[in-house]
Design a protein around this ligand. Structure first.
Ligand SMILES: CCCCCCCCCCCCC/C=C/C(=O)SCCNC(=O)CCNC(=O)[C@H](O)C(C)(C)COP(=O)(O)OP(=O)(O)OC[C@H]1O[C@@H](n2cnc3c(N)ncnc32)[C@H](O)[C@@H]1OP(=O)(O)O
Length: 718
């Protein structure tokens, strides 16, 4: 709702009231309509201030309403009514003015903001565009280039930057509301014509077409198939070239095409998934809202390779005092050079002069004795990690949390090496750890709820999307990646080329196909894991069936040939030299594959893009269903958040589990059955029981899966 009060000085105060972010729900919009009407009719009202309750102006349209039929007064005429008032209206922007909230403020005659308030038009991130006049008013106020930037990226800006761009008239470090109330009294009677943005010409440079064309090229490249950014440029072209009323019609037309699109649904689902995963639950019944967490202020990182360096920086950026330990002299001296520079660069990128925390370097484990939490980031070798955990258990204070940045090893085994198994948990970061948003928090069988709560909370402070997952080989992300990469290797055996597979996956929206990705991260990473699992190495028969299932030795043979990817300048592609980044097709790979197929009597066939996509994605998705079935992830949102934030899954496709729902669960099942019949030796193609049960239950919407899984588990049917 919105409340109306008449204050001394004849100022009407309209307060948006819809906690927590004062979203413009139907009730709020109705409240504003009534309050504006009272302001018009009451002769005692000389000016109006609009603010939000609890120091938050407005978080925009109520996203939850987009899922159902729209009701209540529409926003566009409401904003026009405000703009048309002949009494001055001032927006007092505290906390945030996002989306429809900023569009509402743009309809006001003046805007006064707190310096730290967040302003922006993030609709594009929800698969939409600012369709309450935002695409037409913002370029009239801030100019076309700034509007293009803000609307196509959806980035939030501070009150201070908004002042520089001319979006607000004044900023304050004090109360924006107090200033706005005073200001509203002082402007009674001033002419308002030049303050009505819809009546002003668009502020455009002379080379409009050139600018828009350049922007469109950039946006299409960045969008990777997303529709909304392209539609935003279209709406801004209308603002630049058409009168306001026609521009507004174009804005609405483009919004209509986006509003019910699968992409908008996927992006809105991704928005809520990100929030759902913060509300973690454990099989024991412990949850985010019934468990207390400890606040960590001192931490240590052991091992200063690429991951350890990034983790140390991420901790310092979150305000932690960090002890960074490395026993190898050369690596320690490199870290001493690199880490402060990384920290400074990242702090700068976040608009900070210096990082809030500090990092000290040392070479002895004894120096971590006083910290509250340790993150181990040494080489991915169980024996090495076990030895380290034993040492840490002896050296650290009894209540220090011991965390491992393993990407798939057994947390329970590590916990068992300590005297404090309840305080052991996995913290699986993604490279570069100070930039990538995802953190898998791996809960061992004995990890205490307080430990999980503390680490989830720490992840949040580090700006991560933290997802609590169970302890199984590869956890969630890497466990699902295994059948996906396996499938890609099988496709090579059957006749595809790496470039062809990658092209299909990149057209789907991944930033990199599986083979380019493998070249980037290094083929030896998987090689080492397969050797440890006894799948390859001396003494292992070079057959295409290992440990009872189909196996492709192709990646092992690449490693044996010294082709480890970008770092050696050769992998599935060739590069300009070791460390080169531009991938080019390599005739060597064609010859290598031909020879391999000939050796194994495999006839190369032409493989359609559809088959490539289905086999790669559905095997990954099927593993996702098995993970849900095993209780290793609490719900599909957890898996989808992991894939969107850690594995480059295109956000406008929601995530793998959401994608399965979009394709249709029955169709995914049918395809898995089809490919399983063709490849009975490929276990990951065997449809999971959960997928079958969901199909049998009539393919409920994804929001209902959690409930169904819980019910089936209670009845021991999973
Ligand atoms: C053919 C048919 C065509 C129909 C065409 C219809 C045309 C309609 C025209 C109308 C045009 C409207 C145009 C306007 C569109 C919009 O405004 S879209 C929304 C834009 N706003 C946003 O994207 C902001 C989203 N929110 C955030 O980024 C953050 O939540 C925040 C505001 C920065 C606050 O962050 P933080 O403090 O960290 O809190 P959170 O945990 O993120 O959020 C707290 C809870 O609030 C919920 N929430 C947040 N924003 C909204 C929202 N806008 N609507 C609904 N709910 C919101 C969030 O989910 C959290 O909820 P819980 O998890 O339940 O606690």
């Amino acid at each position: 709702m919105a409340t109306f009060s008449l204050l001394p000085g004849s100022v009407a105060l309209i307060t948006l009231t819809n906690p927590p972010v004062n979203a413009l729900s139907a009730a709020v919009r109705a409240g504003i309509v009534q309050a504006v009407q009272r302001s018009v009719e009451d002769p005692k009202v000389k000016s109006v201030v609009i603010c939000g309750q609890n120091g938050r102006f407005c978080g925009g349209a109520d996203i939850r309403e987009f899922a159902g039929p729209m009701s209540g007064p529409p926003l566009v005429p409401l904003i026009h009514a405000i703009e048309a008032l002949d009494k001055p209206v001032v927006a007092a922007i505290e906390g945030l003015a996002l989306g429809g909230g900023l569009e509402l403020a743009l309809g006001c005659h003046y805007r006064i903001a707190h310096t730290t308030a967040l302003l922006g038009l993030p609709e594009v991130t929800l698969g939409l565009l600012p369709a309450a006049g935002g695409t037409q008013r913002l370029p009239r106020l801030a100019g076309l280039p700034a509007a293009l930037d803000l609307i196509t990226t959806g980035r939030h800006i501070s009150g201070t930057e908004a002042l520089e761009l001319g979006i607000v008239d004044q900023v304050t470090d004090g109360s924006a509301l107090d200033i706005a109330l005073e200001f509203a009294k002082s402007i009674v009677g001033r002419p308002l014509n030049t303050r009505r943005l819809s009546t002003l010409p668009c502020r455009c440079p002379t080379d409009i077409d050139n600018l828009l064309d350049r922007f469109m090229v950039q946006v299409r490249q960045r969008a990777r198939g997303a529709l909304a950014p392209v539609a935003c440029v279209g709406a801004l072209r209308a603002a630049a070239t058409l009168p306001y009323a026609q521009g507004l019609r174009k804005e609405r037309e483009l919004m209509d095409t986006l509003f019910n699109s699968g992409q908008a649904r996927a992006l809105q689902y991704a928005f809520f998934s990100q929030r759902v995963v913060g509300k973690w639950t454990l099989p024991s019944g412990a949850r985010w809202d019934n468990t207390t967490s400890r606040t960590i202020s001192t931490a240590a990182v052991i091992g200063l390779g690429t991951m350890g360096r990034g983790i140390a920086v991420a901790l310092a950026l979150a305000g932690m005092s960090v002890v960074a330990v490395e026993t190898q002299e050369k690596q320690l001296s490199e870290a001493r050079q690199m880490v402060p520079a990384m920290l400074q660069r990242e702090a700068g990128r976040r608009g900070l002069d210096t990082a809030p925390g500090v990092i000290s370097f040392c070479s002895s484990l004894q120096d971590v004795s006083e910290v509250e939490l340790v993150i181990e980031a040494v080489f991915e070798d169980m024996a090495l990690k076990l030895q380290l955990f034993r040492q840490l258990s002896a050296v650290c204070k009894p209540d220090t949390l011991l965390c491992s940045n393993t990407s798939g090893l057994d947390i329970d085994q590590l916990a068992a090496a300590t005297q404090r198994p309840g305080l052991v948990v996995g913290m699986h970061f993604f490279a570069p750890a100070h930039i990538m948003k995802l953190l898998e928090v791996v809960c061992g069988t004995r990890s205490s709820p307080e430990t999980v709560a503390t680490v989830m909370q720490l992840g949040k402070r580090m700006g991560k999307v933290s997802v609590a997952v169970g302890n199984c080989p590869g956890f969630v992300g890497n466990r699902m990646l295994k059948p996906y990469t396996e499938q890609a290797n099988f496709l090579l055996e059957e006749g595809a080329m790496p470039e062809q597979v990658d092209k299909v996956l990149e057209e789907f929206g991944f930033p990199m196909g599986v083979f380019r990705m493998s070249d980037l991260s290094g083929l030896d990473v998987g090689w080492r894991i397969r050797k440890a699992a006894g799948l390859t190495g001396p003494g292992v028969e070079p057959t295409r069936t290992r440990q009872g299932r189909r196996y492709s030795p192709l990646p092992d043979q690449m490693c044996e040939a010294g082709r480890l990817g970008q770092k050696t300048g050769r992998g599935w592609y060739q590069y300009d030299g070791p460390g080169g980044r531009v991938a080019r097709s390599d005739p060597w790979v064609q010859t290598f594959l031909d020879a391999y197929r000939a050796r194994h009597n495999l006839a190369a066939r032409v493989i359609a893009a559809e088959e490539i996509l289905e086999r790669c994605l559905y095997s990954l998705i099927n593993e996702g269903f098995k993970i849900l079935q095993d209780g290793m992830a609490a719900g599909p949102e957890d898996i989808d958040a992991i894939y969107v934030f850690g594995y480059g899954w295109p956000r406008h496709r929601g995530g793998p589990m959401f994608h399965a729902g979009q394709v249709g669960l029955a169709r995914v099942l049918e395809k898995l059955e089809h490919y399983q019949q063709l490849h009975p030796d490929v276990a990951p193609m065997k449809p999971s029981m959960l997928l079958r049960r969901l199909v049998a239950a009539g393919s409920p919407p994804i929001q209902k899966w959690r409930e169904l899984i819980h019910r089936e588990r209670v009845h021991s049917q999973l």
